[in-house]
Design a protein around this ligand. Structure first.
Ligand code: DSN
Length: 413
């Protein structure tokens, strides 16, 4: 309990909002109490610029063990020889990874934001497009990745870095085929295109062994730790390409960041340990099942849904309900269902309005959402978007969410 009563009342208000709401933002999740306790620990008081065994400050003997623990668990979880747990966020991880892989002005081939890329994948409003030169590969039929399109784009742009991994792509990603395409391109052209994957969204699915592991194929993999992976808010870099280990370390510190957040690093270590447990795989299977089932329920209702092969799907709300994504997000918010507006393949509206919304079940499943509830939630969303009074629907939403685990009581160990 905070002595700062103003802040405490805001924390209480947000706790109530989260407990009573149906959280379907695909990039959110609920960390366990153990993760939050580590993040709220006294480790926050320590300066530790540098890396274990090589710090700029005294008194780092214990902190070194904390950071080593997190690094070792990350390596075990993802089968990596190298892990850097210091990036404060996924964007910082990408910032550092780009710097380690190419000089300023280097060429990157990525997926454009409208098709599921991230701001740091070359958006005009991000540092990335100001420091590097981005081209984009198109999606193929039905908005799916196409190895043929990727091969053509590799030959056309001959990038320093080919970037995969997305923020709103609902299908499986064939990292193995991408590696092969890059190797063939390099052999044909006598070039050295590197393979980088930003697996922030699917890190939990990778950790559970339920999709291809990009660490096996890419030169460098970046991630966040708070999405499907269910840890504290933060970033992570992994690699099995020894040529880049040193460059990655110096790109994070001292190039991109100063003192690492050792309390957050400790919490990442807890989350990695949780993800190493067999129960995490069972959780992730339920996430995939809930998401796929809800995505297909929309299709059976005649709604334009992307379907899903991971933890998220997209609805074209403009075609299906005559609403833009922003209007749909606001209307659902009034019913206690939180989603985000999202651009969809070939979107005709701007990122501020969008034609779509993105829906994910990682957070709701952590609280205990069942598959029958996922189906019911799809119908509640449909009713709200068709124009029923959101406040009337909210009653049922609060009932569903109140039947789930309370967010401040979640433990996995
Ligand atoms: N903002 C995150 C998302 O919602 O996907 C990406 O960083």
């Amino acid at each position: 309990m905070q002595k700062d009563l103003v802040l405490q009342s805001l924390i209480n208000e947000e706790t109530d909002r989260q407990n009573q709401g149906i959280e379907l933002i695909a990039s959110e999740n609920y960390p366990s109490l153990d993760v939050m306790e580590a993040q709220g620990s006294i480790l926050t008081a320590k300066y530790a610029e540098g890396y274990p065994g090589n710090r700029y400050y005294g008194g780092c003997e214990v902190i070194d063990k904390v950071e080593d623990l997190a690094r070792d668990r990350a390596k075990e979880l993802f089968g990596a020889k190298y892990a850097n747990v210091q990036p404060h966020s996924g964007s910082q991880a990408n910032y550092a990874a780009y710097h380690a892989l190419m000089p300023n002005g280097g060429k990157v081939l990525s997926l454009v934001l409208n098709d599921g890329g991230h701001l740091t994948h070359g958006s005009p409003v991000s540092f990335s497009s100001h420091t590097y030169s981005f081209s984009h590969y198109p999606l193929g039929d039905e908005g799916r990745l196409s190895i043929e399109e990727i091969k053509k784009a590799l030959d056309e742009h001959d990038p320093d870095v080919f970037l995969a991994g997305y923020s709103s792509y609902p299908y499986d990603i064939d990292f193995k085929a991408m590696r092969k395409a890059i190797d063939e391109h390099n052999a044909r052209k006598g070039t050295h295109t590197l393979f980088m994957v930003d697996m922030a969204h699917i890190a939990g699915i990778v950790a559970a062994g339920l999709c291809q592991n990009p660490v096996e194929y890419a030169d460098v993999v970046t991630s966040t730790t708070h999405k499907t992976l269910r840890g504290p808010r933060g970033g992570l870099i992994l690699s099995n390409n020894e040529d880049y280990f040193k460059a990655l370390d110096s790109a994070v510190f001292p190039y991109a960041q100063g003192g690492p957040l050792e309390h957050v690093i400790a919490a990442k270590g807890v989350a990695f340990l949780e993800a190493l447990q067999p129960e995490f795989k069972e959780y992730m299977k339920k996430v995939l099942e809930n998401t796929k089932t809800a995505a297909e329920e929309f299709l059976s209702m005649g709604v334009s849904s992307s379907g899903s092969e991971n933890h998220l799907f997209l609805l074209n709300v403009l075609d299906s309900y005559g609403l833009n994504g922003k209007e749909a997000q606001i209307r659902l918010g009034k019913a206690g269902i939180t989603v985000n507006k999202n651009m969809i393949h070939n979107d005709t509206l701007s990122a501020f309005k969008t034609s779509g919304i993105r829906i994910g079940f990682a957070a709701a499943t952590t609280r205990g959402c069942s598959t029958s509830e996922a189906i019911e939630i799809a119908h509640l969303i449909d009713r709200v978007l068709k124009g029923e009074d959101p406040l009337a629907i909210k009653k049922r939403c609060v009932e569903i969410a109140s039947g789930w685990k309370r967010i401040e009581a979640i433990r996995h160990l």
